[in-house]
Write a protein of this length. Sequence first.
Length: 365
Amino acid sequence: MKITKIETIVVGMPMLIEGDVLPKASGVTRTRMDTLFVRVDTDDGITGWGEGFGHRIYTATKAALDSFIAPMCIGRDPTEISVLVDELQRNLGGVGRNGPAMYALSAIDIALWDIAGKIAGQPLYRLLGGSPRRDLPAYASLLRYGEARAVIHYAERALKRGYKHIKLHEITAAPITAAREVAGADIPIMVDCNCPWTVDEAIAMAHKLAPLNLKWLEEPIWPPEDHRGLARVRTAGGIPTAAGENAMLPEFKSMFERAAIAYAQPSVTKVGGITQMRKVIALAEAFGVDVVPHSAYYGPGLLASIHCIAAMAKETLVECYDADFAENPLHDAINPGADGRIAIPQGPGLGVEPDPALLAKLRIA
C-alpha cells in the first residue's frame, strides 16, 4: 500500500451566538471556527483523515503541509507509522520541532492511524489498548467573554446541557466568581488563562481565586516554557496547575521533573499526533501526573483525542469547546449527549467520516 495523494481542506464554520456579547481570542472578536482537515489517499482506496491545529493560524500549518511535509509522504507505506513519523520528525530538525511544522506532522500521523484502524476493521481505541467504556465525561470549555453576565449565561447553558465540569477562559476575578455562584459548590470549575501573567502576578491571582475552589489553573504564566516559575505558582499559589497544549514531549519531561503541573494537557493536533500523544501519556503515568488532553477543536483531532482518552486506564475528561454551529462535517460526533458524556465512535479507524457535501459547502481554502 502506498500514499498517493494528500489534500488540505480548510473548513470555516460560522458560530451560532446567543446574546450581544461576542467571544474574543487575543482581543479579536471570534464568530467563526476554522478547522484544517487533511485527507490522505492510498492506492488501495483507503482514505485516512487527520487534523493539524488550525483556528487563526491554519494558513501556516496548511503551508507547511502543502510545501514540504506532504511531498515527503507520497509513495510511502502508510502502515509503517513509526518509521515514517520518525523520519518526518528528523527532517524537521532544520525548521524547528514545534509550531506549524509539528502541527502538520500531527495531521499526517492522525490520518495514518485512521488508515490503520480501517485496515484492521476496528475503531482506533481498540488498536490503542481497548476500553470498557462506550462514552466519556465531557467538560464545557467556554470561550472568553470578559463579562460576568455573558459567563453567567453560558455557564447556565452548560449546566442545562448536562455538563458536570466547566472551564472558563477568563483572566479577571469577577466573571470567574460569577461562574462559581451559578454553578454552586459541587461543580468543578477550571480556569484557562492562556499565559497572561508573570510568576508573581499568577501567584497573587491564585491567592485571590483561592476561595472559589478551582480544580486547576491552566497556563497562568508567560513565557509558558518557564517550568521552574510554573512550579512556583503551583506550590505558592495553592491551586493545582495544568499546562501542555503547546508543549512537545521533551517539555513535558521538564515539567514532570520539576513537579510543575498536576494535570498534563497534550494536544493531539500539535504534539505530533497519536504517536507522540501515547508517549506523553506513558511518561505522565511514570511520574504520577494526571493527563487531561487539550482538544479545543471540531475535526478529526477531536475524534483522535476521544480514542486516545478511551484507551487510558482511568476514565478522563474530554474537552469540548462550547461553540454551536448550524452545521459541521462531523455532525453529532462532536457533541456530547444530554448527560454531558460524549460517545466513543465505534466505526473503523476514527469511526466517523466527514460529510463530503458539508466539506465542500464550508470550505474556505
